[in-house]
Design a protein. Structure first.
Lengths: 525, 95, 290
């Protein structure tokens, strides 16, 4: 055991993960890369080697050489509409393959169908976010090896640096041609950006494209070129369109969320970053989207024009682009139909890979250019550390997403969250799990106002300058914590066992925290 | 608005956010508290203490089971719901 | 300052606990129309417990009790008066005699609870033609009366009409309210705008009733508050009065005094806080959180 830089006790060796020697989190920007990039096996397909086309997933598994104990990867652009992950694992099970490590960019509720494969040993380990029933299963210790959680930028870093070698990447493609060129823009399962799949295509030893919209060679435009792709499989359907993209994203009418969003918007307006060229990321959550709406009003009122919008893109961001409030969109994931439509038709709406978006070990990820990001968290503590992974009972139910990356990159990182969710406070003495260290979090915004990290003295001063209608309600952290304590009452500690069921990596590959096994649900004390 | 017959199961509250549904019914042996829902993992002890405090103050000495389905009720709300359920159980207020 | 008074359903913990966060000048914890018959007692207990908790920041806190034509109102008052509310909102007030009954009940409850007699103010809802007609006498029937408020739906029904988008049917009653309130020296507060999603409609109606002379408006949803406030942004006179109050309160605090009087008006902590809020909104002092 040793303490890392956020004072977390990290075991020196974690069963199923390995030694943490030299891998303790040492600060947000402490670890620098060494050596060369890793690389995939060199393959070739010459003019006399035949085509890539295969008739089924089963054939592709056979052709890929996939065997027990290997690592397979998936992207999550089909979100809760995805049919591919479950189907591939069903076929692996039928083929008698076991002990697989699955390496998805994220899992969704639809993937609860994997539970029998976890229980039967087809899946031995998950490297990627878990939630819902799989998260509960993991938290209660049902997986042989700990889950490894990486951010959207940490994952491509792990692949490129060789921390993770992908044996076979299964890439669902809403459109593909027989040469393996892929795009997410068209087809009945269109998902827009394919950003999360790029690095896997380049670095996996074998790449299988799966599509329900097979076209003649070549398609245009192409997101992922067929030069990386070993096989192309045509399937009936890669996903359910209603689960892939949502309908129009609307700004919340919930008064509490609007109140928090208004506080956050005033903070941004008072900050030195509120000026022409302002770039921001707000995602699709209720509060962040409402912040965007208030910012839009403020930008119009003060004649400020934004620069670019980043990350997961919604129709709301598309509107900002169309109205000239933003000049570009950098899209790693298209959330709704408007975003898919826009990325397919507007050259100012740029598709970017997860590597480009957020990897700390390249020559300048897009997050480094961000002015403002609005994030959520289940808990924040007196050191401003944020937890987005575990719930109040200690269950591992959420992935990291781009939380660490945008927080580290943006000039102003805001956590906007109600102080209480029911009885459960979001400001606590010590978060159960550190996902993102307080050194990269600038402000917490709750229904009680704006709480600024005391390290950001200039930001506090800027807020104090704002007067009248633009005044920012500042609340010191200890006052906020005291309020939470008073309203919630005494909280018992999380009851947990020693065994580590999850490892939370900081985006640079160091261990920032571990998640331990909890007692089964609803067993009383 | 008739008063409820005393001694039969009685309820108060809802399962809406920040509320709880409290059901009180006779128990064969003792005062028994069952809590489920969002607050249970971290607030069981605090909630049990509040429930006992409210019932003691109301002079309850019956063997009753107090079942709480919680959706984030703070003590103020929990106490009010337990009191209402108990007074309904006793037939003192409407139901 | 009573630009907005927000109704909070008496059986809804979420709103009762969070209602004060939305910046309304006052709160109305509602035991009447928002609570179904079967939940009256349960809501009364909940509202009492929330009042005991005293976590309302600077808001003026009132409770809407059930009408004097029900068997509920005395129990309602008994449950809330001991816990330091600023006032009660009484529905369907029609005659000065009803105020005498309320006054007596309040005085006796106040004495029992060691609350200075007369502390609890009365906000009269005039929801019938008779109530409107008697507005001036009602406003003078007790020193406790601090505001009169015309009804909305109920008044329209009693007038044998219905509520329209333009509010034509309520126009005369509203004008009458202003005259009666000013003559009696109490506030005139407007009824709530019922269509929560219709921001333009709310804006139009509020601009109109403010111009008639209303001191503020009841609201039924937090999202209505910023719209009404925008129209009721503090005037120069309000800012001057607030400056005086804040200064007097600071002087009093410096000399270790409790409640003080400014221009004949009692200044306690909520009044001083609201005055600070007025100055904060006017940009004269900097807000220091909630």
């Amino acid at each position: 055991m040793a303490l890392n830089a956020v004072k977390r006790d990290i075991p020196s060796n974690i069963e199923g993960y390995g030694s943490t020697d030299g891998k303790l989190f040492g600060g947000a920007f402490a670890r620098k890369p060494e050596g060369c990039r890793a690389g995939a096996a060199i393959r070739s397909r010459g003019p006399n080697d035949g085509g890539k086309f295969l008739g089924s997933i089963r054939d592709a598994i056979a052709a890929s050489g996939l065997a027990s104990g290997m690592t397979i990867s998936f992207h999550h652009h089909l979100r809760n509409g995805d049919f591919i992950v479950n189907q591939v694992l069903d076929e692996c099970a039928k083929a008698g393959i076991r002990d697989l490590t699955i390496f998805p960019t994220a899992l969704f509720d639809v993937h609860r169908a994997l539970i029998p494969h976890i229980q039967s040993g087809v899946i031995r380990r998950i490297m990627g976010s878990v939630n819902g029933p799989i998260g509960q299963l993991v938290s209660e210790g049902e997986l042989a090896a700990p889950v490894v959680l990486r951010s959207h930028g940490g994952r491509p870093r792990a692949v490129i640096s060789g921390d993770v070698r992908i044996d076979v990447a299964f890439i669902a493609a809403p459109t593909a041609d027989i040469g393996g060129n892929m795009s997410g823009r068209a087809g009945k399962s269109a998902c827009g950006s394919l950003g999360y799949a790029f690095t896997d295509a380049e670095y996996a030893d074998c790449v299988v494209a799966l599509t329900d919209n097979l076209q003649h060679y070549p398609i245009a435009p192409i997101s992922i070129p067929g030069i990386y792709v070993d096989f192309v499989v045509q399937v009936g359907s890669i996903g359910d369109p209603d689960g892939i993209v949502s309908g129009t994203t609307r700004v919340t009418r919930d008064p509490l969320r609007l109140l928090i969003a208004r506080h956050a918007s005033k903070l941004i307006e008072a900050s030195p970053f509120f000026q022409d060229g302002l770039s921001f990321q707000t995602g699709a959550g209720g509060i962040p989207l409402a912040v965007t709406a208030f910012m839009k009003e403020a930008m119009k009122r003060r004649h400020v024009r934004g620069g670019f919008g980043l990350g997961g893109i919604t129709g709301y961001f598309v509107d900002l682009l169309k109205e000239g409030m933003l000049k570009k969109l950098m899209d790693v994931q298209s959330f709704d139909r408007e975003a898919v439509e826009s990325i397919s038709s507007d050259p100012r709406h740029i598709e970017i890979s997860a590597d480009w978006y957020a990897n700390p070990w390249n020559c300048g990820a897009a997050v480094n250019q961000l002015d403002v990001v609005i994030l959520g968290a289940t808990e924040v503590d007196m050191d401003f550390n944020a937890n987005v992974n575990t719930e109040s009972d200690g269950a591992l139910l959420h992935g990291i997403g781009g939380h660490q990356d945008t927080a580290a990159g943006a000039k102003l990182t805001i956590i906007a969250q109600p102080l209480l969710r029911g009885r459960i406070p979001c400001v606590v003495d010590r978060v159960h799990t550190v996902t993102t260290p307080g050194e990269v979090i600038d402000a917490i915004v709750t229904e009680f106002g704006v709480t600024i990290n005391p390290r950001r003295k200039n930001l506090i001063d800027a807020c104090k300058e704002a007067k009248g209608k633009d005044a920012v309600h500042l609340v010191p952290l200890d006052e906020l914590a005291e309020r939470a304590r008073r309203m919630s009452g005494p909280m018992a500690p999380v009851r947990q066992k020693d065994r580590v069921v999850g490892v939370v990596e900081w985006r640079d590959g160091t261990v920032i925290d571990v998640v331990r096994q909890i007692f089964p649900e609803n067993i009383s004390s | 608005m008739g008063l409820m017959e005393a001694g039969r199961a009685a309820q108060a509250g809802t399962v809406e956010s920040m509320d709880c549904l409290v059901t009180i019914s006779p128990d064969a042996e003792r005062r028994r508290i069952e809590i489920s829902g969002s607050g249970v993992s971290r607030f069981r002890a605090t909630m049990e203490q509040k429930i006992n405090q409210v019932l003691d103050k109301l002079g309850s000495s019956e063997n009753i089971e107090i079942s709480v389905q919680d959706n984030g009720a703070v003590d103020v709300v929990l106490g009010a719901r337990v009191e209402a359920a108990y007074l309904r159980f006793k037939g003192v207020i409407d139901a | 300052m009573r630009r907005t008074m927000l109704y909070l359903p008496g059986n809804n913990p979420n709103m009762l606990l969070r209602g004060h966060l939305f910046g309304a000048d006052g709160l109305i914890l509602d035991l009447e129309d928002a609570v179904p018959r079967s939940e009256k007692s349960s809501a009364r207990i909940l509202v009492r417990e929330v009042l005991k908790n005293r976590d309302f920041d600077w808001c003026e806190v009132t409770v809407r009790i059930n009408g004097l034509d029900t068997e509920l109102w005395r129990d309602d008052l008994a449950a809330v008066v001991p816990y330091g509310i600023h006032g009660v909102r009484v529905p369907k007030v029609e005659t000065p005699q009803m105020l005498k009954d309320i006054d007596d009940a309040l005085s006796s409850l106040e004495s029992m609870a060691s609350v200075p007699v007369g502390t609890t103010k009365v906000f009269c809802l005039l929801e019938t033609a008779l109530g409107i007609w008697n507005a001036y006498d009602i406003a003078l029937a007790s020193r406790r009366v601090t505001a009169i408020i015309p009804g909305g739906e109920d008044l329209a029904a009693d007038l044998r009409t219905s509520r329209s988008k333009e509010g034509t049917e309520l126009e005369w009653a509203r004008r009458m309210m202003i005259v009666a309130a000013r003559a009696a020296g109490v506030d005139a507060l407007d009824t709530a705008f019922p269509r929560v999603g219709d921001e333009e409609g709310l804006r139009r109606e509020t601009e109109f009733t403010k111009q008639l002379g209303f001191d503020g408006k009841s609201v039924i949803h937090p999202n209505q508050i910023p719209i009404v406030h925008e129209i009721y942004d503090p005037t120069e006179a309000e800012i001057e009065s607030a400056k005086k109050i804040v200064q007097a309160a600071r002087d009093a605090a410096a000399r270790g005094l409790g409640a003080i009087s400014v221009d004949g008006r009692m200044v306690d902590l909520p009044v001083a806080r609201r005055a600070e809020y007025t100055l904060e909104r006017a940009g004269i002092i900097t807000g220091r959180g909630r």
